[in-house]
Design a protein around this ligand. Sequence first.
Ligand code: FES
Length: 79
Amino acid sequence: MENNIRGGNAPIPCQLEADKNYAWCTCGHSADQPFCNGSHKKEEATNPLIFSVDTAKEAYLCTCKETKNPPYCDGSHKN
Ligand code: FES
């Protein structure tokens, strides 16, 4: 069952470390956007997306959860 919501209305710039696993919130309920804080379980919403990057970088991570390129912002929050 999906009870997803928007987690925010703009992406959040994040400093990502190389080869570290991150859990990007897909459900929007996390109070720790853009990352999962476990709230999806009690909300009966979708699981986080686990991802990593090869090289350290700053990235704008989606909070509206409407991106077509998760976990990265693709500008969909403006729609
Ligand atoms: S709290 Fe949203 S995916 Fe875990």
